[in-house]
Design a protein around this ligand. Sequence first.
Ligand code: NDP
Length: 445
Amino acid sequence: MQDVVEKVYEQVVARNRGEAEFHQAVREVLESLDPVIAKHPHYADNALLERIVEPERQIMFRVPWVDDAGQVHVNRGFRVEFNSALGPYKGGLRFHPSVNVGIIKFLGFEQIFKNALTNQAIGGGKGGSDFDPHGKSDAEVMRFCQSFMTELSRHIGPNTDVPAGDIGVGGREIGYLFGQYKRLRNSYDAGVLTGKGLAWGGSLARTEATGYGTVLFAQSMLATKGETLEGKKIAVSGAGNVAIYAIEKAQQLGAKPITFSDSSGYVVDEAGVDLDLLKQVKEVERGRVADYVSRRPGARLVTEGRPWDVPVDVALPCATQNELDADSAATLLRNGCAVVAEGANMPCTPEAIAAFQAAGILYAPGKASNAGGVATSALEMEQNAGRTRWDFATAEAKLAGIMVDIHDSCVEAAETYGRPGDYVLGANAAGFTRVADVMIAHGIV
Ligand code: NDP
């Protein structure tokens, strides 16, 4: 990195000690910006880089709640309102025991550039809690969500900050959160949360959007080589919202996903994933991947290693950060994998990304390839503001158009800065310049 950029990174590390994931996300963006700053030195003036790496506001709060046995628990809640240059803060809420301020900051930082790439009027933010919804009853999840929203409601609003789901936060949690927000505010602000149920302001295609968008992005990348997804074998990780709908879209496009996973292991189903069964196990029964294997002849559960050990043409990491490391990258490359598109946020380690780029395969960072979720959330906000609802085909067509635009913006920016085919540079440069230009227009704020 050139001196001016390196100095900003060192400052981030010194000021945000112990926040390894945040450092990692900042480093990836700043490294990419080298050629951008070299070409447009004014971006380094007025401390623009220093400002963009500092959240506008960080909120941390106590979330007390009572379990079904009457026992009191205390979790920690977070909302990081990172950047509002382009619009209200926008980004999901994650409920997972691993959540801490560094994880929320990495996600919020990524979200700034992702949201800019969608070309919609949304700033970047993220939130969550170290609460673990696994194994909790609906009533416990409801009480937790109500307590969480009691504090969060002071900080959000349809024109201020609009949270959505992420790991551990799906339709059930968004429902409880919205119910409590409405009660506290005495106001039906449908646009305050996205990922809502269809009967109360949700958008068709929002549930599917992140997974569908990731596969559509992979399809656009393949098209640059004159190829399609038809007949390609795919390894998917995760078995949540993103993974399930990535598998669905891949199947629609003629590909054959053969793996998925959760924290108990991964499943290999060489005959191709039985999506109805997977949805039944994960969405309806909230079960584990082993429940799929017990009902699917020929499928096997592997509890050691990662789905990346299975020979495939395409890899779609859709679970969590740093789930695909240098060893997994080497295995994928050895087995002939030619496309990696991130459905999760930062699932590939820096070493894995370097290996993909050195090998010259198609690699897309999550802030570009998984942006379909937040893009469709912005479409949900648009429908809420207009008190209207589009049909599935309309919402999906808009999503598809946005994914092509994001892909093309990345390609164009990578070419502009002299590294054709580098989607990391392309996504970071295109996202950054959109936000930076507006920050400059707004003055020192
Ligand atoms: P879900 O909670 O629906 O599913 C997450 C899946 O990943 C589960 O199968 C879970 O398994 C697995 N997983 C999570 N953490 C770990 C871990 N530490 N080790 C192993 N497996 C793990 O979340 P989503 O599908 O919504 O999110 C997945 C990823 O996609 C995240 O990185 C998220 O930030 C990103 N993303 C999501 C968007 C959305 O619209 N939902 C938008 C853009 C990005 P288990 O149940 O065993 O924990």
